[in-house]
Design a protein. Structure first.
Length: 170
């Protein structure tokens, strides 16, 4: 166990993890402002944890990376993840900000290296995430296949998100 923990915490391993996350963020960073929100699926996404894991990285020192998650499996907010996303996005747009989402939500199935475990929380299914985001208009894709897209503040998106934010259901 000790050797396993030492290898997981080695400088080489940590540097590789930092560089992988930074690579996903690097092309997005110049487009971010202090009124930007970057949304990942869950806490297992290395972009979400980048601020905590690598606080001294230049990307974090810029103060523009505000990462959030869609859902925290097995938490009380899981049944409301759509409404929470909708309300936060509408509020950000009202303040003149923008919302970027991981391109992962636009894939019908998660890839193994995304650390998604279907059934970990039976109330949260990948298919629901995909269906929800496939209805929204996006623009300005950045950072390649595993990058991000801007959620367009279009009239159609605003209408969809207003309906979701005010609904009683999931």
């Amino acid at each position: 166990m000790i050797s396993s923990n030492l290898s997981a915490m080695s400088a080489t391993t940590l540097n590789r993890a930092q560089e992988e996350a930074a690579t996903r963020i690097r092309d997005l960073e110049p487009l971010l402002t202090r009124q930007s929100r970057v949304v990942t699926v869950n806490q297992q996404d290395e972009v979400y944890a980048f601020n905590q894991n690598f606080p001294f990285h230049p990307i974090n020192r810029s103060g523009r990376l505000d990462a959030d998650i869609l859902a925290d499996p097995n938490s009380t907010q899981v049944p409301r993840w759509r409404r929470i996303f909708a309300a936060k996005t509408l509020a950000m747009w009202d303040r003149g900000g923008d919302v970027w989402i991981t391109k992962r939500v636009l894939h019908q199935r998660p890839l193994p290296d995304w650390n998604w475990v279907e059934g970990d929380d039976p109330r949260l299914r990948w298919e629901d995430i995909y269906v929800f985001f496939s209805r929204l208009e996006t623009e300005r894709p950045v950072a390649g296949e595993d990058g991000f897209v801007l959620v367009s503040p279009s009239p159609q998106n605003k209408q969809i998100l207003r309906e979701v934010a005010s609904s009683d259901g999931p």
